[in-house]
Unconditional design. Structure first.
Length: 226
């Protein structure tokens, strides 16, 4: 899935048509608000960002993406004005994987996308995550400890999945709340604390792997290092 943020509808429609014709799934957004809403629902394989956008600029969106451990691995291609070397350099400095100088050809765009995906896509994405005797099957939505099933609620499962996809990384309560509950959730970060408590209990002796990072949030330690 490719997300494309471009406020010019004619350009956006043309690029989406080209992407679909080239065999890609793609969704377009005119500004940042619907883009972030879609990010809460599903993370894409790549993001195309125009620099000049209403609400948030492409650079601001890029910085936010690269500052979060939940989205910093998603490859990003920036669309810049042909005569704006400054925007190009800033985008690359903040972590963009490539750039397209407007106006660009559709075939050039497709070629750049394929090149970045080849360079950044993992070759063997595991469908089962493990940490010690904990195994989480993302496709079957099953968690086991020493091959014995553990009954988790949907939110507990998604919390555990987030931790296991980002081993050793400190995740803030706000990041966990946004990832698991969505940005439109009306509630407090205390919700995260409550669910962490029940998840720790259900994981038994492995519950201690989810540690509190004072002043930040939580982190899941590697069972093999305990």
């Amino acid at each position: 899935m490719i997300y494309y943020v471009e406020d010019d509808q004619s350009i956006r429609d043309l690029m989406l048509y080209t992407l679909h014709a080239s065999g890609f799934e793609a969704k377009g957004f005119p500004k940042s608000t619907p883009f972030w809403e879609a990010m809460d629902e599903k993370k894409p394989d790549m993001i195309l960002l125009d620099i000049m956008l209403p609400e948030e600029s492409g650079i601001d969106i890029l910085k936010e993406l690269k500052s979060s451990p939940l989205t910093d691995k998603i490859p990003v291609i920036m669309a810049t004005a042909r005569d704006s070397e400054y925007d190009t350099v800033i985008g690359l400095d903040f972590g963009a994987d490539d750039y397209l100088a407007k106006p660009f050809g559709m075939m050039e765009m497709v070629s750049r996308i394929k090149a970045v995906l080849r360079r950044t896509s993992p070759h063997d994405v595991p469908q089962t995550l493990t940490n010690g005797d904990i195994a989480l099957d993302k496709l079957r939505h099953v968690v086991t400890i020493s091959d014995k099933p553990v009954s988790l609620t949907l939110k507990e499962f998604e919390l555990l999945r987030t931790f296991m996809e980002h081993p050793g990384q400190a995740l803030t309560r706000e990041q966990l709340l946004s990832t698991v509950w969505g940005t439109d959730f009306i509630g407090e970060t205390r919700t995260v604390d409550v669910h962490i408590g029940t998840l720790r209990t259900k994981l038994g002796r492995y519950g201690s792997l989810i540690t509190t990072v004072r002043g930040v949030g939580y982190r899941m330690e590697d069972a093999n290092e305990q």
